[in-house]
Design a protein around this ligand. Structure first.
Ligand code: C5P
Length: 299
């Protein structure tokens, strides 16, 4: 039998800027952040089925109702009143608990897939609202590219695309818990901090030939204190020629910005075997968002 399967391509993100402005009454933090989509993709496949279920090629990820893919599908089913079901298969390339938004991107993919498979025609505004209910980072992935996020991070405003940047992503052999990082940040950060100033971005030649001095992550001191190996890796990236290096989101990914793929290759060989257990990936920024493609399926 040959049926075309619907597949969502779900990119990762890094935060180029992450300012934590204040702690809110609902326990979340008021943010001003710049998200940037990155050329590293999960792939989420959907088929009609009874009920809602999923499988995943990465055995350590939960595939029960706690997975954001199923939370997204359930919420859209509830809001639309449809009784249709779906079965998902998730192929994971984006590391979990890494500050790369993998789970959020997959959830945005699930919303687009369900909307299409079930023929719902959900409005963009409604999809955005549902996305924000699932998680603070989910709405960004519907727009992708380069965008500013305010509120919990869920209020998205497109920014002029940066020229493509070459990134070296470093994944340590451990993840970080977003909730735990923000809890520590609340205690330690001197709030309120500064927001993203478009004037400052422009002073750093945004979106042209940036000097990257605009890059800042207020969670970095907190996370570096919890995990000093991350600071060491950031310093190592700067030592092997990164124009800038920073923690993404609440970690645990630390990434460097380089001038070219050749510079990344040279940096990787200079880093050598000193950072045991770290996985390195050469990537680049992209202007893409989560999107659905049809794939011929031979099963
Ligand atoms: O929104 P999301 O479920 O992805 O957030 C995970 C956790 O991160 C929240 O439960 C909260 O503890 C923390 N968080 C926060 N402020 C934000 C975003 C997340 O405190 N703006």
């Amino acid at each position: 039998m040959s049926t075309p399967a619907l597949v969502a391509r779900c990119p990762a993100k890094v935060n180029l800027v992450l300012r934590v402005l204040s702690r809110r009454l609902d326990g979340y933090h008021e943010l001003d952040t710049i998200f940037q989509a990155v050329d590293l993709w999960d792939s989420l496949e959907i088929r009609l089925a009874k009920g809602l279920r999923m499988t995943c090629d990465s055995p350590e990820l939960p595939t029960d109702g706690s997975n954001l893919v199923l939370r997204a599908a359930e919420l859209l089913r509830e809001r639309s009143g449809t009784s249709q079901g779906a079965e998902f298969h998730l192929r994971k390339l984006i590391p979990a608990q890494a500050g790369l938004g993998g789970g959020s991107s997959d959830a945005a993919g699930a919303l687009l897939l369900c909307d299409r498979l079930w023929g719902l025609g959900t409005s963009a505004a409604e999809l955005r609202a549902i996305a924000a209910e699932i998680g603070s980072d989910v709405p960004f992935f519907l727009d992708g590219g380069t965008a500013r996020g305010t509120g919990r991070g869920e209020r998205i405003e497109a920014l002029p695309a940066l020229r493509p940047l070459h990134l070296l992503l470093g994944f340590p052999p451990f993840g970080t818990s977003t909730a735990e990082v923000y809890k520590q940040a609340s205690i330690r950060l001197t709030l309120p901090g500064d927001g993203v100033s478009l004037a400052i971005l422009k002073a750093h030649k945004w979106p042209g030939d940036n000097d990257f001095a605009f890059m800042v992550n207020d969670l970095e001191p907190v996370v570096f204190e919890m995990r000093p190996a991350l600071r060491d890796f950031r310093d190592a990236l700067l030592g092997v020629g990164a124009k800038a290096a920073m923690l993404s989101g609440s970690g645990s990914t630390v990434y460097g910005v380089f001038g070219s793929e050749d510079d990344i290759e040279a940096a990787v060989s200079r880093l050598g075997n000193e950072h045991e257990g770290w996985r390195l990936l050469s990537s680049r920024t992209v202007a893409a968002a989560v999107h659905v493609v049809e794939r011929g399926d031979k099963s």
